[in-house]
Ligand binder design. Sequence first.
Ligand SMILES: Cc1cc2nc3c(=O)[nH]c(=O)nc-3n(C[C@H](O)[C@H](O)[C@H](O)COP(=O)(O)O)c2cc1C
Length: 227
Amino acid sequence: MSSEAQVQQAPVTPSFAMLRTLGSIATLSGLLVVLVYHFTLPIIAENQRIAIEKAIFQVVPGAVSRKDFIAVGDRLLPADSEGAQGERIYAAYAADGRLRGVALQAAAQGYQDVIKVLYGYGPECQCIIGMKVLKMAETPGLGDKIASDPGFLRNFEALDAQVDAGGAGLAHPIVTVKHGAKTEPWQIDAISGATVSSKAIGRMLNASAQHLIPLIQRDLALLQHSN
Ligand SMILES: Cc1cc2nc3c(=O)[nH]c(=O)nc-3n(C[C@H](O)[C@H](O)[C@H](O)COP(=O)(O)O)c2cc1C
């Protein structure tokens, strides 16, 4: 027998069949990804809406509905206005449709990372009426107390945020003071041992309130009723 005849040929997979199988699997996978994306998108959006509303109603006690506005330059526009792009603010209303307050976002560098909060402004008292930490990475047992320390959170039940006579900023800058040193209604009493995180809250509230609260007070008529 010749040596050529002894060489056994390995079976060859037809490349067309292989490509067809791979193509079918890729198409099916792509289709599944698109279907899952479209199926979950409204669920994710609804969950986000519920989470935002929960936080808004927490920082504006007594509110049961909301309407969104955008701060564009020095004006407030309904969020559905064409081309409105800027900082979103949330007007929050009681069951009778009257404005209870406005929820605003603020952020600043904390001890570990950027801290983000939502706070409520009450136009009647011209004061901050609630504060909720949305995101932080502060040290457990130290800085993270800004989200839960009852004494610290009491600072935000009626924190003075009156607009100055010229209507361009706050009459008194919001500022965090050392624990036990608060003497004025616009001061935040820091958490002992966590003054750095407490000061970040004061800085972010002051920066946000100095800009947004004068606009809210000026355009109050626009926000006044839910309908
Ligand atoms: C490991 C470590 C983590 C800390 N984390 C925080 C923090 O998350 N927030 C904070 O305000 N201070 C934190 N501190 C303490 C600050 O360095 C600082 O001492 C404190 O904020 C000052 O507060 P006091 O003036 O009330 O003592 C941390 C300290 C250490 C050593």
